[in-house]
Design a protein around this ligand. Structure first.
Ligand code: SAM
Length: 235
């Protein structure tokens, strides 16, 4: 945690917050800070700044905060991610958030197991928590937008044409033979396949919608590694 994220409900007066639970434990047991020490804080959806600890015990962490610094800019990147295994989903959401991805769609694909859609990790609370972990890691305060689409074809045929307007639409697909572009200037919409890969019909579906299949090279990467490698290559 490189920034302590604050919520409206943490404020007990205009510049004074009181926290308990995970954030208290992290500051006390991992950072091992004490009364009088300072740490980076940020308001979810707002500015970041400094917090000075004036109470830290088994019950509460209390800080006086100054919030005067805007969040880092997001990447102009929309990620369309075939729903991965629940454990992997947590890691990908946190790391895509810390990389600065602006918007994420979790979509279905033939090789996405139906049971994944019933996982408790898809509940709102967890989807928010994983993105908060990503924000805290990267000293960001702005959540990436997150939406889910259980029907792939109508999403690709009806919604994507509007979403990809004025963006470079790319599909990460090993074996495509076309190298993924480097250091692009503008917005990108990037599709990442499921752990078993996309079917040829799904590659064609995205192709008809205007997506260029691209690859990173001959090594097949795990989804979370592929996301990080693709984002770094593009921006
Ligand atoms: N057997 C699958 C295949 O050949 O497509 C492997 C899927 S891989 C574990 C999951 C996703 O990560 C892929 O669908 C792709 O979007 C992305 N990916 C992994 N390695 C890649 C590479 N070398 N180039 C482009 N995308 C890659």
């Amino acid at each position: 945690m490189n920034l302590l994220l604050l919520l409206d409900t943490d404020f007990i007066s205009p510049n004074h917050v009181r926290l308990s639970g995970r954030r208290l434990e992290h500051v006390r047991d991992i950072h091992r800070l004490q009364v009088g020490d300072s740490l980076k804080v940020g308001m979810l959806g707002g500015y970041s700044g400094n917090g000075e600890i004036h109470r830290l015990d088994g019950e509460y962490l209390e800080l006086n905060v100054t919030l005067d610094c805007p969040p880092p800019p997001k990447l102009p990147l929309t990620l369309i991610l075939a729903l991965p295994r629940p454990k992997v989903l947590n890691r990908v959401l946190a790391s895509a958030t810390s990389l600065g991805v602006a918007r994420i769609f979790l979509v279905n694909a033939w090789k996405v197991e139906k049971s994944y859609w019933k996982s408790p990790r898809l509940e709102e609370g967890n989807l928010l928590h994983q993105r908060i972990l990503g924000l805290e890691q990267a000293r960001d305060t702005m959540l990436p937008e997150l939406q889910t689409r259980r029907l792939l074809r109508p999403f690709v045929e009806d919604e994507l044409p509007g979403l990809i307007r004025d963006t470079l639409p790319l599909m990460a697909h090993p074996g495509s033979g076309i190298p993924c572009p480097r250091a692009v200037e503008g917005p990108v919409t990037l599709t990442i396949g499921p752990e078993g890969g996309f079917l040829p019909q799904e590659v064609e579906l995205f192709g008809r919608a205007g997506f260029q299949a691209v690859e990173l090279g001959p090594r097949i990467l795990r989804v979370e590694t592929a996301v990080a490698a693709l984002v770094s290559r593009l921006y």
